[in-house]
Design a binder for this molecule. Structure first.
Ligand SMILES: Cc1ncc(C[n+]2csc(CCOP(=O)(O)OP(=O)(O)O)c2C)c(N)n1
Length: 864
């Protein structure tokens, strides 16, 4: 930053003015003589003096509205600029053609051009010079792409030969593509839909940014625990300025700084627009983000103006240009982007004589083409290089761009440009001319894809540059070694043969976890995750056993140092204690759950939390993890609406199983007994670590202590199919019902069977371990398992859970119709009271279950 461009703060009084001038001159000569480091030292000294004098001074977190990196500090550009411009233009063109043609074919399909038009140079500089793919000598960077800029990534993959023209023609047509032997190209990055291509699902705004932070932190965790050295790898994320408004985007900024994540670089594409209009029409988003990130402790690099502004700034001896730029709000800046050179001359440079003079040497065309920083390869490269080299802090590059860049009157800077996907013939020809594309009029207006000959200099350059960086990107890989799972009895015998010992399923889980952590092979791969609830779930013993991960170890003597359960933080600690941030904890879980793919090293995260604060609180993040093909366990503890006595409305979960059932690769379980839980955990670990299937398990756990029976002989298979017959009536009696229950309410169901038996009614009891697995089986099989299971009994079927009635309702279709199906659940708001009062209130206690059974029998008998 040129000192001449500092705002003039001289007071009006002449002697003060002279004094200020002296200070300024002294400072400038210090910088000139001793360099910036010494200048910083003096400023620090003055700042500490100022604070000691309590003069109430705080430094302004904003720097002038110019590039952070001075011209003289820019490294030489390590590439062929003209060549990269040509390649970039081709990629822009093919991306545009893909979207416009998809829209021509089917107007309903949608797609975006304007976002990529603004991000193209940011992506391309990364692709040509920075983003490492996984290869023999590098384990690969992690790159998060702005989701609605996906067309540009496809267009590059087309030039690289990874996608064919037929694939580009099936952008957003995944189903149609299949029938025609092409690959459908997903709207946004979807690892599930394009499993060899996309790594990170960023389509829901805000999920990508926070995820990138926790991935960067997880790489440190792997290194510190000596599981995998990740020091040479970076996490790059290109995100939108509008996207920064998502609470999740910003919520972990301080964690990234606190953890000194200098392996993390964010590029915020500040095109000043979001979907509806300007991000900050009346302010400046770059200033706001600068303050936010600097305040959070990030290294901030502003990439505001392109090289052709350098001369203007150099000639701006009075600081008029910087002042004018600093006074222009984004809404106005957007208008300048949408208008031509003439308009900009009149309305921006026409503001005063000094500016007018600055623009005098420029033609209107040149004014029109003055580049913003995020469109200038040299400036972008300088920013990326500085970010990559920066030590001790994460870096954010605030890249100033134009939305719809180069789309001329059709779209650049237009209020509606976000959803623009039609260009008329004039627009297309203008675009061709603007980017000097080697296309005839017919090719341009005919929206022909363009690919240079394989042996052309362009293609050679493209291939060579990616080869130097380890090959094509993005690329999702899945190869990883199998992790052996110990035999179930070695860690879960106590649960299988519980022998009526009293315990809660949470206690059983924690005990099994403790045992598993001791296993030589599997133990180190387990990542226990908590969001400030370890003590709540009785896990404090693990603090000592495996330690809490801390990148700096433990710099204090813990208050409870003498105790066996003492609070222990360590650099190789295993527990991720995320504090009260479910969004952070689930992002951590996702990083660990996808480590098999991102790092080629299978890890097994077990995140245990209040079940209410999972699918409801961070459901979208769980959905993204599912898309990213996560493998791991989510443990919804203190689950159900009536088991968590005394906690009331916000804590009592009656719906998580309903949401879990909607996620295709989530297997959701509501076991009642420790033995069931043990069988489910064993199967899950084998499914994920040995068979390597892309599933994750959601298991609800309770904190209610009760007598745990041993798992009945032969019950394991039924447990894993979703239900098994727990007991048959001793006496077959004339009146017979089947009672089904899961989780917390199974004990009520068992009591209800007893009440009914006392009345001479025979009741079969079925323990349901998973309503959603029963339902899935029902859909998939011609003879559903549940139907077969119920064939042995007769009379009405009553189902009760600690969840809303809609949960058991999902199996209705597979209950033999003549038997009748009646459900009980905990619909409504939760509230505080004792368990028994709550169960009576919600009508899921033994008395209500028995009563419903009697009524159902009566109605059944009355049927003709
Ligand atoms: C959670 C969420 N809300 C809304 C959207 C819809 N949406 C997609 S892109 C977009 C605007 C993005 O603006 P910005 O982040 O500034 O990126 P730009 O396209 O301007 O580069 C919106 C609102 C979304 N994808 N995710």
């Amino acid at each position: 930053m040129n000192a001449r461009t500092l705002p003039d703060t001289s007071p009006s009084e002449t002697d003060h003015g002279a004094e200020t001038a002296e200070w300024r001159d002294a400072f400038l000569s210090l910088v000139a003589a001793d360099g910036p480091a010494r200048a910083r030292q003096i400023l620090d000294e003055l700042a500490s003096l100022a604070r000691a004098q309590r003069i109430g001074w705080q430094p302004n977190l904003n720097s002038p509205y110019v590039n952070t990196i001075a011209v003289q500090d820019q490294p030489n550009y390590p590439g062929d600029l003209a060549m990269e411009e040509r390649l970039g233009s081709l990629i822009r063109w093919n991306a545009l053609v893909m979207v416009v043609r998809a829209n021509q074919a089917y107007g309903e399909l949608g797609g975006h051009v304007a976002s990529y038009a603004s991000a193209a140079d940011l992506f391309e500089t990364g692709f040509n010079h920075f983003f490492h793919a996984r290869s023999q000598d590098h384990d690969g960077d992690l790159v998060f792409f702005q989701p609605h800029s996906a067309p540009g990534v496809y267009a590059r993959a087309y030039l690289e030969g990874r996608l064919a023209e037929a694939d580009l023609l099936h952008y957003r047509q995944e189903v149609t593509a299949l029938a025609q032997g092409a690959h459908g190209l997903s709207s946004y990055p979807h690892p599930w839909l394009m499993p060899d291509f996309w790594q990170f699902p960023t389509g829901s705004m805000g999920i990508g940014p926070i995820s990138s932070i926790y991935h960067a932190r997880f790489m440190r965790y792997l290194s510190h625990r000596q599981l995998k050295e990740c020091a040479a790898r970076k996490v790059w994320g290109v995100f939108g300025d509008g996207e920064m408004d998502e609470p999740e985007s910003m919520s972990a900024l301080t964690l990234a700084a606190r953890e000194n994540l200098d392996n993390l670089v964010w590029v915020v594409n500040c095109n000043l627009q979001r979907l509806d209009g300007p991000v900050r029409g009346n302010g400046r988003i770059i200033d706001e983000l600068e303050r936010l990130f600097a305040g959070a402790g990030w290294n901030v690099i502003k990439l505001v103006w392109g090289s052709d502004w350098d001369g203007l700034f150099a000639r701006d001896t009075t600081g008029a240009l910087v002042r004018a730029l600093s006074q222009t709000v984004d809404g106005q800046m957007q208008t300048f982007a949408a208008k031509d050179g003439r308009y900009n001359r009149d309305n921006f440079f026409g503001q005063n004589e000094e500016l007018r003079r600055l623009a005098m040497g420029l033609t209107d065309e040149q004014i029109d083409r003055l580049k913003r920083g995020g469109h200038d390869l040299v400036k972008i490269h300088a920013a990326y290089a500085a970010a990559a080299a920066h030590k001790g802090q994460p870096t954010v590059i605030l890249a100033h761009t134009k939305k719809g860049y180069g789309m001329g009157t059709a779209g650049q800077g237009k209020m509606t440009t976000h959803s623009q996907k039609k260009l008329d013939e004039t627009d297309l020809l203008e675009f061709r001319n603007r980017f000097k594309l080697p296309l005839s009029d017919e090719q341009a207006t005919g929206l022909a894809f363009f690919k240079p000959a394989e042996d052309s200099a362009e293609m050679v350059y493209l291939r060579e540059h990616r080869a130097r960086l380890g090959g094509a990107m993005p690329r999702r890989e899945t190869a990883c070694a199998v992790v052996a799972v110990p035999p179930l009895p070695s860690y879960g015998a106590f649960a299988l043969q519980a022998d009526e010992k009293s315990m809660s399923t949470t206690m059983a889980f924690v005990r099994m976890l403790g045992n598993l952590l001791k296993d030589k092979e599997l133990g180190p791969r387990i990542v226990p995750i908590v969001a400030d609830e370890a003590r709540t779930f009785g896990m404090a013993n693990l603090f000592k056993q495996v330690g809490i991960y801390s990148s700096v170890g433990q710099r204090y003597a813990p208050e409870d140092i003498g105790s066996v359960l003492s609070y222990r933080e360590a650099m190789d600690g295993q527990i991720l204690e995320e504090g009260i941030s479910e969004a952070g904890a689930i992002a951590s879980w996702t990083a660990a759950a996808t480590s098999y793919s991102v790092h080629g090293l299978a890890m097994l995260p077990m995140y245990i939390y209040y079940s209410m604060f999972g699918f409801q609180r961070v459901g979208d993040a769980i959905w993204a993890a599912a898309d990213q093909r996560a493998r791991g366990f989510l443990l919804g503890a203190t689950s159900g609406r009536t088991t968590l006595a005394g906690e009331g409305l916000q804590h009592q979960d009656g719906s998580s199983h309903l949401v879990a059932a909607t996620i295709p690769n989530c297997k959701a379980w509501d076991p009642a007994f420790a033995g069931e839980l043990a069988v489910i955990m064993d199967a899950g670990m084998r499914e994920m670590l040995v068979a390597q299937r892309d599933v994750f398990y959601y298991i609800t756990l309770m904190n209610e202590n009760y007598a745990q029976p041993s798992l009945p002989e032969g019950a394991a298979e039924g447990v894993l199919r979703g239900a098994y017959r727990l007991s048959e009536p001793a006496n077959g009696g004339e009146s017979r019902v089947t009672l089904m229950g899961s989780g917390a309410i199974l004990t009520e169901v068992i009591k209800a069977a007893q009440l009914l038996q006392d009345d001479g009614i025979a009741a079969d009891v079925i323990s349901v371990t998973s309503w959603s697995e029963l339902a899935r089986d029902g859909v998939a099989q011609t003879t559903p398992y549940l139907t077969t299971l119920l064939a042995d009994g007769c009379g009405p079927v009553i189902a009760a859970t600690d969840y809303v009635r809609a949960v058991p309702e999902i199996v209705r279709a597979w209950i033999p119709q003549q038997r009748g199906f009646h459900t009980l659940g905990t619909d409504g708001f939760g509230r505080s009271d004792t368990r028994s009062v709550l169960r009576a209130f919600f009508q899921v206690d033994a008395a209500h279950i028995a009563q419903l059974a009697r009524q159902a029998l009566e109605a059944h008998a009355a049927q003709p």
